[in-house]
Design a protein around this ligand. Structure first.
Ligand code: ADP
Length: 666
């Protein structure tokens, strides 16, 4: 076994690998970029080496620098995690050349499986069932169009080098194909430096079922059961579970065997995942990922095994610790990916500092894999995942209940998150019934999208009480500082200075303004809320926690105030209200001009609109690439493009005014 390994990654996966290495008595070396100098994975490792600037290309993706760091620190092996260099065959080769063990499969397997087209050809030969498609070398528009026509619409265009759903386009009819091919090529080129595409039949209601496989250098290959990853948004996994719900024993055995057959066909060594689509009782191979998968913890939860430990053992030349028949599963596990993103703005990544971060308590049933701590920043440079929330219990129902309560306990302030969205999925009756398929999120979009429902009275009451408690404390502080025991400010509790003994507060809930009148009573307050009047008491308990009593019912709440913004965690849900302050509102109004601004930092890929163009609402004006995805900036209304401030290729900061747009008066 190795004495020291280097972890060529960041975030939660780097932390997760370090944890296992530590348990096994293996020293760890972290690598980091300038942006990550204070990151959790750096703090956790025994040693850390600075690679370079924030941009991944100049740090985490720079194979030469990573190998130099391993050599300099005497690391005997490199664990690449997922993403970055994990499926880079040249990197694996360069490691070998430098006498360092690459903790992953042989170069040949990475090469074949790294190309969706090549892997499909090989799997076809090995008799693994596949979606009908074109995986050929002729990449001309004519060849792809002909293939699409033969396959029959709808078809799916994919980047051959693809991953993470990037470069993927659904094409419903021939007329849409040319544009889809151009967009997919651009996205594939930007994300993978390779613009080759493949076209295949688009299945309309598949499930995504994948098999965790493991091989060693002694010819053993086993599977560790399957995972269902059908809950996806834009082809990216959001919630995963193991085992796949509702499979018959035969189907389960069949897909496990198909996974093993696929792995054997490439003489696979190490951890890998063979992905299938499952529709009408049939499995279709889509790709193999030659690395540890993001969602591997659900497999660990049901098997009780540590997959990173297995990876290290195999890389060190040992045999697999268990034979197929010795691998057991128990219970059910879910993983929910908690992202810093804003569901109300098309799930755009949300950057900022994590001012308040309270994950649910960990234990046998709950595991939180994270790479950030309170005070850390989510930046534009890397994936905006905050954590993977993993739960386990004896049955799917019980595990789902765990998932719901763990999500309800998760508190994040400083960035927007998808927690409310995950809660909506976890509470959905169709999901609870295990009736999942990859179209689930799209089909139930309305139910799952952030509720436009007005903030409930209970939450408003908590907001008002938190403001009152804070003001009372402020008054006390002033009095204490004044040093005058007879100061009228000392009458803090009753605020008797106020003639008519009440106080008007107002909050902004999105576009709505809500007023709350607070009357002082000898015992606490009386609140006039939009729907009712309640008697209330409140007491601060520190760390933002507030013990609240409304009409005799006590409940705990947490309120984290950032300027005028109140972040409220009440009854397992998060709400954000603004304390309505006229001065702050005027300032905000001034900021909102008539321009269209960049929702995040990025690069202008294409300017579609021309100066002076009269366009209809929704017309695409400009394409921005940010975080390796393309975002189309559309006309917010019918109107005229007055000015365009950037050209294709320009880099734009967040909030930059991209175009001046004049809304037509009709
Ligand atoms: P990536 O490597 O970019 O993640 P995959 O080939 O693994 O791409 O596919 C990701 C997801 O896209 C699948 O889980 C599925 O939801 C969808 N998908 C892929 N191929 C098809 C297909 N032929 N028909 C329908 N959906 C598909």
């Amino acid at each position: 076994m190795f004495d020291k390994i280097l972890v060529a990654n960041r975030g939660e996966i780097a932390c997760r690998v370090i944890r296992t290495a530590r348990r096994m008595g293996i020293a760890t070396v972290a690598v980091y970029s300038e942006a990550d100098a204070g990151a959790m994975h750096v703090a956790m490792a025994d040693e850390a080496v600075l690679l370079g600037p924030a941009a991944a290309r100049e740090s985490y993706l720079d194979a030469g620098k990573v190998i130099a760091a391993a050599t300099a620190t005497g690391a005997q092996a490199v664990h690449p995690g997922y993403g970055f260099l994990s499926e880079n065959a040249e990197f694996a080769e360069a490691c070998a050349a430098a006498g360092i063990v690459f903790i992953g499969p042989p170069v040949h397997a990475i090469q074949v499986m790294g190309s969706k087209a090549a892997s499909k050809r090989l799997m076809g030969e090995a008799g693994v069932p596949m979606v009908p498609g074109y995986h050929g070398d002729d990449q001309s528009g004519a060849a792809l169009e002909k293939a699409a026509a033969e396959i029959g619409f709808p078809v799916l265009v994919k980047a051959s080098a693809g991953g993470g759903g990037k470069g993927m386009r659904i094409v419903n009819e021939a007329g849409e194909l040319a544009e889809a091919l151009a967009g997919a090529r651009r996205e594939a080129k930007a994300a993978f430096g390779d613009d080759r595409l493949l076209v295949e039949k688009y299945l309309t209601r598949p499930r995504h079922v994948e098999v965790q496989v493991f091989g060693d250098r002694h010819g053993n290959v086993v599977h560790l059961f399957e995972r269902d990853c059908s809950i996806q948004r834009r082809h990216q996994k959001v919630v995963e579970e193991a085992p796949a719900p509702g499979l018959t024993a035969e189907a389960r055995a069949h897909v496990g065997a198909a996974g093993v057959a696929a792995a054997k066909a490439v003489a696979y060594v190490g951890a890998g995942t063979v992905e299938f689509l499952y529709e009408d009782g049939r499995f279709y191979f889509i790709e193999m990922n030659t690395r540890l998968q993001v969602e591997h913890p659900v497999t660990e939860m049901i098997t009780g095994l540590d997959l990173v430990e297995w990876q290290l053992r195999v890389a060190a030349g040992q045999e697999l610790p268990l034979r197929q028949e010795e691998i057991r599963r128990r219970g059910h596990a879910f993983e929910a990916r908690v992202y810093a993103e804003d569901p109300t703005r098309g799930f755009l990544p949300s950057t900022g500092r994590l001012r308040h971060l309270r994950p649910p308590a960990e234990g046998v049933h709950v595991r939180v894999d994270t790479g950030v701590r309170e005070g850390d920043a989510v930046t534009v440079h890397y994936d905006p995942m905050i954590a993977k929330l993993v739960v386990w219990d004896e049955t799917r129902d019980a595990a789902l209940r765990r998932l719901r309560s763990a999500l309800a306990a998760y508190q994040v302030v400083g960035v927007s998150t998808n927690i409310g969205f995950l809660q909506a999925i976890a509470s959905h009756p169709v999901f609870a019934a295990g009736e999942v398929d990859t179209g689930f999120i799209e089909r139930h979009g309305a139910l799952l999208s952030p509720a436009a429902e007005p903030v409930p009275d209970t939450v408003l009451a908590v907001a008002a009480l938190s403001v009152m408690v804070e003001r009372a404390r402020e008054v006390e502080r002033v009095a204490r500082r004044s040093g005058d025991p007879f100061s009228p400010w000392h009458a803090a509790a009753g605020w008797r200075l106020n003639d008519d003994n009440h106080h008007d507060l107002a909050f902004r809930d999105g576009d709505r303004r809500v007023a709350v009148t607070v009357h002082y009573r000898a015992e606490g307050w009386l609140l006039d809320l939009p729907e009712r009047r309640v008697a209330a008491k409140a007491e601060a308990e520190g760390d933002g926690r507030l013990a609240v009593e409304l009409d005799g019912t006590r409940r705990g709440a947490t309120v984290v105030r950032v300027g005028e913004e109140l972040n409220l965690f009440v009854d397992g849900r998060a709400w954000r209200l603004l304390l309505d302050d006229p001065a702050a509102r005027a300032a905000a109004h001034e900021m909102a001009g008539g321009g269209l601004t960049a929702p995040m930092p990025g690069k202008v890929v294409q300017v579609i609109a021309t100066r002076g163009a009269v366009v209809e609402r929704g017309a695409p004006l400009l394409i921005l690439e940010a975080m390796k995805m393309e975002h189309t900036i559309k006309a917010p209304a019918n109107g005229t493009v007055r000015e365009i401030h950037f050209r294709a290729g320009d880099q734009v900061p967040e909030g930059a005014e991209l175009l001046e747009f004049e809304v037509a008066e009709d």
